[in-house]
Design a binder for this molecule. Structure first.
Ligand SMILES: C[S@@+](CC[C@H](N)C(=O)[O-])C[C@H]1O[C@@H](n2cnc3c(N)ncnc32)[C@H](O)[C@@H]1O
Length: 212
């Protein structure tokens, strides 16, 4: 994890465009009510997602891994008026928290929360998307690669979190999650249909799009 000094982080957060205030409430609730609050995207990553959605102007967004709805709200706040966002999570406890905040959020009618295993959903749902954010079970990243490549529209953008896995992808050893993420990274690297760039932000964000 790339951790910036706290005062740098605060300085950057003040420079970035303001995010919806409800994100602070979600962050606080995540720290009180969940076991692994560090899974939350955080302000800087939320600002990057917000900015990318503003640039791409997607008609629809898919998020794999809702958790407490933090990135969900950041992306939905940035999407154009008629756009829709679908977010998937298998953990009902997380989704109760996410739903409670999304109900209060101005774009709640444009957000569809689906509870269940994302892999099952992706195998059976025919929809395709202009913007995808993958942030779920790392050990299945290679499977997500195959499924999500089929879901990404030409001209769209696919953002994947944790592609550095605290640097362990360099030498994964016996770490199963690091092995899977390294395999995902190799699949992306060797796929000549795709353009890609890694932003060394936090735990590594990879941006992927179809080559023109
Ligand atoms: C890192 S958190 C997501 C963080 C969130 N995107 C954010 O920005 O705050 C990962 C989430 O993926 C969910 N998850 C893990 N494996 C899953 C699966 N196979 N299907 C659906 N959700 C899954 C977990 O329950 C967890 O809430």
């Amino acid at each position: 994890m790339i951790i910036l000094p706290q005062d740098w982080e605060y300085y950057i957060e003040q420079l970035n465009s303001p995010l919806p205030e409800i994100l602070d409430e979600i962050e606080r609730a995540t720290y009180w009510k969940t076991t692994y609050p560090q899974m939350l995207s955080g302000k800087i990553q939320a600002s990057i997602l917000y900015f990318l959605v503003k640039m791409i102007r997607p008609a629809n967004i898919l998020e794999v891994g809702t958790f407490t709805g933090y990135a969900t709200v950041a992306m939905a706040d940035a999407m154009p008026v008629n756009s829709k966002l679908v977010t998937l999570d298998k953990n009902p406890h997380n989704l109760v928290i996410a739903q409670s905040f999304i109900n209060k959020f101005r774009r709640s009618d444009d957000i569809e929360i689906i509870e269940g295993n994302a892999l099952d959903f992706l195998e059976h749902d025919a929809r395709t998307f202009d913007f995808i954010f993958l942030d779920a079970d790392k050990e299945n990243y290679p499977l997500y690669f195959d499924l999500l490549k089929e879901k990404l529209n030409p001209g769209g953008l696919w953002v994947t979190d944790n592609v550095l896995w605290n640097g362990k992808v360099v030498n994964p050893g016996n770490d199963r999650e690091a092995q899977s993420i390294a395999l995902f990274n190799d699949k992306v690297k060797n796929d000549h249909d795709l353009e890609k760039v890694v932003l060394p932000v936090r735990d590594g964000l990879m941006l992927i799009r179809f080559r023109d």
